[in-house]
Design a protein around this ligand. Sequence first.
Ligand code: 3PG
Length: 209
Amino acid sequence: MSYSIDQVMTSAPVMPVMVIEHLEHAVPLAKALVAGGLPVLEITLRTPCALEAISAIKAAVPGAIVGAGTVNTPELLDAAVAAGSDFLVSPGSTPALIDKALAVGVPMLPGVCTPSEAMALLERGISRMKFFPAEAAGGVDMLKSIYGPLPQIKFCPTGGINLAKAPSYLALPNIACVGGSWIAPKDLVEAGKWDEITALAAEAAALAN
Ligand code: 3PG
């Protein structure tokens, strides 16, 4: 099954950003998040087992929409697609990466944090983007300002967002969902506290988008 980037962005208000250090955590963590109502998952390609984690989750967690994050190069893009990723996320957007994404045709949220970067993507026909690093780059005020001249863009902001900060992002007309790692904290993952992670996911899933 394949998903459009709009399906990826609107299936839940929050996209958990997952850093998988140990492959055996991948499937139980994904199951815990999906059970809490967050089916759209971003696995960052920052750990040695990340690509295997994507394949494992795709095989074992029905209902999960599985993305690769930190897709910083065309080579990583190919590897992420080969691992079965439903969509891709990157912190920034280089011409080489965008060329590759358009050639492969995979749903992607390339990262931007300025109007000029956003306009460069619009020129390539891309209007769905990650806004990163959200809090450091001006957060809600910045996104509100960008909406004026560029209302056709929908963003997924990530970076420094938590349960308390998420509602003010989600209330903006140009925000489809927010991303964050607070739903899969390292200490709970390492301790295998999957029920507690499901509870965090349920709190996030209850936010309106
Ligand atoms: C990331 O790619 O690291 C995301 O932006 C997650 O940010 P967070 O850890 O601040 O939620």
